[in-house]
Design a protein around this ligand. Structure first.
Ligand SMILES: Cc1cc2nc3c(=O)[nH]c(=O)nc-3n(C[C@H](O)[C@H](O)[C@H](O)COP(=O)(O)OP(=O)(O)OC[C@H]3O[C@@H](n4cnc5c(N)ncnc54)[C@H](O)[C@@H]3O)c2cc1C
Length: 417
């Protein structure tokens, strides 16, 4: 390890994925000295955050991205969701949520993670006051009462984009932000345990083209194996998030293209017309992970490092972005951004939204997974009642703004400071 003097910063963000990059951009207009450290190059096939998935952004997230000046670089590729249709395979009861009935342009927007990444990282490239280290991996974090110390291994890329040389660098920060995902190294360094519940489900993600171009309708179909979400893309295709048992996912992933399409069509039905083409599949084992105690000394957790959710309701990133938006304004306003009082106040102000969204998502997964006759009947009745109850629909449409707690300034269209 290099004996060089550590570089002093106010905020060290570990992880430049969806949430970490958004936080760095939110802090770019403040007086804080910030370093953003991301292990994997943005355009690498192995980038774990900006991969081939798509993200359904709620209206609250759109507002944050507008305030950060990046929405205009995403909007052309954003597929608006104007209606959501929910059904329970093999049972009566269905529900419909429409943007027009809620007085909204759209209930959300589906954008590919790669487009989100490109917009965020291009904006960061215009902000030289943010130190960026990429590709660079944080190897060690030591937390002290006055500072966090980080050892970072930088890789310099050779002509063939393979790492040919590595170099270590040290930072001393007043606060370290864990934006390093569900397996967070920073969380472990802070001695914070995570509660992990394996759902024993795998999400198979694939883009499909059908004989009817997508036109703003999203579908959520609950099946005994798990939920199947079909979301409209801006280019007329759909993205499918197909949740299956691990055994079934392995079988489906082994099918050649026409057999895969036939199986998907059989499971989903014909609501989107005939599936003509399916792209490459990616798969994600699903679990709920939640940090058990927060914050740590000079350390604070955001996004998946704090809570990683099942994608059933498309809320994980939206929740993490609200973490980032509120944290940015609180760090910018504090004389010492790593002071225990600041970090504790952040946890207090984020608690209701986090608890509500974790409970809602987990409850939905379990409610629709149950095949007990009483539960299945209640579920069908629940969907029917929901469809008839405008109050319930208003509540669901408002989820986009969070489950309570403080609304961050960026989400109100205001600058961070
Ligand atoms: C199938 C699927 C579909 C989803 N759909 C939606 C959706 O529609 N809407 C929604 O809101 N959410 C959705 N989510 C959830 C969403 O993807 C996550 O909430 C989001 O990716 C969390 O971002 P993050 O930046 O916190 O963590 P990650 O995406 O895990 O990023 C962490 C980053 O940290 C970096 N890193 C890790 N360790 C280190 C280290 N030691 N040093 C440096 N860098 C490091 C990694 O390289 C990575 O880039 C979905 C999730 C899945 C699995």
């Amino acid at each position: 390890m290099s004996a060089r003097t550590p570089t002093p910063v106010d905020v060290a963000i570990v992880g430049g994925g969806m949430v970490g990059a958004s936080l760095a951009l939110a802090l770019a207009g403040t007086a804080l000295r910030v370093v953003l450290i991301e292990a994997v190059p943005l355009d690498a096939a192995s980038q774990p955050s900006f991969d081939d998935r798509t993200t359904a952004l709620g209206n609250g997230s759109r507002r944050i991205f507008e305030a950060l000046g990046v929405w205009r670089h995403m909007s052309a590729q954003a597929g608006p969701v104007r209606e959501i249709r929910v059904s329970d395979a093999g049972r009566f009861g269905a529900a419909r949520l429409s943007a027009a009935e809620q007085g909204l342009e759209a209930l959300g927007f589906v954008v590919s993670n790669r487009h989100i990444g490109a917009a965020l990282w291009q904006a960061l490239a215009q902000r030289p006051q943010i130190l960026v280290r990429n590709p660079a991996r944080v190897l060690e974090v030591r937390l002290e009462s006055e500072a966090a110390r980080l050892a970072v291994r930088r890789a310099s890329l050779g002509a063939e984009s393979t790492a040919v040389a590595a170099d270590t660098e040290q930072f001393v920060a007043r606060v370290v932000v864990a934006a390093d995902g569900a397996q967070s190294l920073v969380r472990a360094a802070a001695g914070i345990a995570a509660m992990v519940e394996d759902y024993r489900q795998v999400a198979v993600v694939v883009h499909v083209a059908t004989d009817r171009a997508a036109s703003g309708v999203a579908y959520e179909r609950f099946t005994p194996a798990g939920p199947l979400a079909v979301l409209p893309l801006a280019d007329g295709r759909y993205t499918v998030v197909w949740t299956l048992t691990p055994e079934r996912a392995a079988q489906v992933l082994a099918l050649e293209s026409s057999a895969f399409i036939a199986e998907l069509q059989r499971s989903f039905g014909w609501r989107i017309g005939r599936i003509r083409q399916a792209g490459a599949c990616a798969s994600y084992p699903l679990s709920l992970s939640r940090a058990e105690s927060m914050p740590g000394q000079r350390a604070v957790l955001v996004g998946n490092a704090a809570q990683a959710l099942h994608p059933v309701a498309g809320q994980g990133f939206n929740l993490g972005l609200r973490d980032a938006a509120l944290l940015a304004e609180m760090l910018a306003a504090a004389p010492d951004p790593g002071a225990p009082a600041v970090l504790e106040d952040f946890e207090r102000r984020r608690a209701a939204d986090r608890r509500g969204m974790v409970g809602f998502t987990d409850g939905l997964v379990k409610l629709f997974a149950s095949e007990r006759p009483g539960v299945a009947l209640l579920r069908s009745l629940g969907l029917t009642l929901f469809d008839l109850a405008p109050g319930a629909k208003d509540g669901l449409a408002r989820l986009s703004w969070g489950f309570g707690g403080d609304t961050p300034r960026l989400m109100r269209g205001l600058p961070v400071t």
